[in-house]
Design a protein around this ligand. Structure first.
Ligand SMILES: [Zn+2]
Length: 95
């Protein structure tokens, strides 16, 4: 088994991502994660997150945004829906 590198910057803003507990969150719609820890970009100036506020409202009439995530364990990446600025922050793993 190769060692997992948790030192990674967000490809959208270049800010180092935070370790985050994935399995304490449930998004429904079958969007579950088989890994327990992922990396999430919590930069409020991240273009992905800033753009999300407009695109989510335009497409779904929903207030919210998305944050970029990457799972070093299986190479999976995508976005997590957030309803407000502090959403998901409670599960950041402090080191
Ligand atoms: Zn970012």
């Amino acid at each position: 088994m190769t060692e997992i590198n948790w030192d990674k910057e967000c490809p959208h803003c270049g800010v180092k991502m935070n370790k985050w507990w994935a399995n304490s969150n449930e998004f429904g719609d079958g969007l579950g994660f088989c890994t327990s820890v992922m990396l999430v970009c919590f930069n409020d100036a991240c273009p992905m997150y800033v753009k999300g506020w407009n695109s989510l409202f335009d497409h779904y009439r929903r207030i919210g945004s998305v944050r970029y995530f990457y799972s070093p364990e299986d190479g999976d990446s995508g976005v997590l829906p957030v309803a407000h600025k502090d959403a998901l922050r409670g599960d950041i793993i402090k080191e």
